[in-house]
Design a protein around this ligand. Structure first.
Ligand SMILES: CCCCCCCCCCCCC[C@@H](O)CC(=O)SCCNC(=O)CCNC(=O)[C@H](O)C(C)(C)COP(=O)(O)OP(=O)(O)OC[C@H]1O[C@@H](n2cnc3c(N)ncnc32)[C@H](O)[C@@H]1OP(=O)(O)O
Length: 360
């Protein structure tokens, strides 16, 4: 019998190589691996040149695992080989010139980015299964979800009240409404911001799957402005900056809390998700700027009133104004801005993963 070479078709994934040998009714299939990367195939069957003994040898680009699986069907021999290291190969063989008997298997062919998506989809499916099994095992899930739903509802109502109140007053009174924002909305804002401390506690108790640190920065940052800068200085309370700070805070929250409420009942509105993960892009820096303006405006007032000043010995000037602490706080504020912008950017990317497509 003449020894011939069959047609071989190939495709790859990050971790595997698939070969399809065009040989029907193959018998005595003998596949071996030499030197970690050279596959030798020999079998009898019906190929392009009729019934014959067929063989080929492929020296792979990189090492592969010794356990090689194959399955002969009436029409072909399918071979699955695991790569030693899970990575994308630029080509199949070590030699740059493709052997004549080798061609891409277009039935299985995926380019690198498609294969990545396939891999990601598999990982997501596995994660979903493991989350679902954990969820099924949690007897308090209903209670946790109800608590979170109520918390988010209360916050949504609170911030909506602030937002609607300010908007209506802006339409009726115009710029005059800037001056008494604090007196008309502070009680509700105090309530919402005190409640927001739960946002640091929730991740610590494992009730929500996010980090406590970004929430701590957010809540502490806002509460310094609300309780210390605005709350303790009457002189600050009728400044227009209060309007801008409260408006920026409440604008994001009237989207964020409904988004969480829907998440609690496993529902999603694409538009709401987009708003939750997008409008922070202009709002967050603007919010920090407005807060910084408030801090800067409060510095001379703290200097004058000596409120919260630190007592010092007489030779050091009696007391250290709280404005120095606030100047230091301004630095922390921009550090906090950077940390949370990065966090929000990551959260957004997690939601809207974009993939680079490689053009071959
Ligand atoms: C005295 C020491 C002081 C030290 C302070 C240092 C300086 C601080 C400076 C800070 C500057 C602050 C500036 C700020 O005040 C300005 C403004 O706010 S301007 C207005 C714009 N602001 C924003 O856009 C921020 C809004 N806030 C937030 O987004 C969050 O507070 C934040 C912590 C920043 C991010 O939230 P989180 O980490 O929770 O991300 P996700 O929303 O993606 O949630 C992750 C998953 O958890 C689920 N989750 C979270 N919370 C809940 C909930 N309450 N109920 C139900 N589920 C919840 C959520 O659904 C996500 O899950 P999945 O991915 O499955 O949907």
């Amino acid at each position: 019998m003449q020894i011939l070479t069959p047609h071989v078709y190939w495709a790859q994934r990050h971790g595997e190589i698939y070969l399809r040998v065009e040989l029907s009714d193959a018998k005595n299939v003998n596949i071996s691996l030499q030197e970690h990367n050279t596959l030798q195939f020999r079998a009898q069957g019906h190929g392009a040149k009729g019934d014959n003994e067929y063989e080929f040898k492929l020296e792979f680009l990189e090492s592969v695992r010794p356990e090689i699986k194959h399955k002969s069907t009436e029409r072909q021999v399918n071979i699955k080989i695991k790569k030693k290291e899970e990575r994308w190969w630029d080509r199949l063989t070590l030699q740059e010139k493709k052997p004549l008997f080798l061609a891409p298997d277009f039935d299985r062919w995926l380019d690198e980015s498609d294969a990545e998506m396939e891999l990601q989809a598999k990982e997501e499916k596995i994660n979903k299964i493991s989350v679902e099994s954990r969820v099924r095992n949690d007897p308090y899930l209903g209670l946790k979800k109800s608590y979170l739903f109520m918390y988010n509802l209360v916050q949504f109502l609170g911030f909506s009240w602030v937002f609607v109140n300010m908007t209506v007053r802006l339409f009726i009174l115009g710029q005059d409404s800037f001056y008494d924002t604090f007196h008309t909305t502070a009680d509700i804002m105090y309530f919402c911001q005190m409640m927001a401390v739960l946002e640091v506690i929730n991740p610590l108790l494992g009730l929500v799957k996010t980090g406590a640190f970004p929430a701590m920065i957010q809540v502490a940052g806002r509460n310094v402005i609300l309780f210390v800068v605005f709350g303790s200085l009457d002189e600050m309370q009728n400044k227009p900056v209060v309007f801008f700070v409260f408006y920026l805070w409440s604008t994001i929250e009237i989207f964020r809390y409904p988004y969480y409420m829907l998440a609690c009942i496993s529902t999603e509105w694409k538009m709401l998700t987009w708003l939750r993960y997008t409008i922070w892009i202009p709002l967050y820096p603007l919010g920090v700027i407005a807060e910084a303006v408030a801090v800067i405006q409060s510095l001379p007032i703290f200097d004058e009133t000596r409120l919260f000043s630190l007592p010092l010995p007489e030779m050091l000037g009696n007391s250290l104004s709280f404005s120095y602490t606030l100047q230091l706080y301004l630095v922390f504020m921009f550090l906090g801005l950077f940390i949370n912008l990065r966090h929000l950017y990551k959260q957004r990317r997690r939601r809207y993963r974009t993939r680079k497509r490689k053009v071959h």
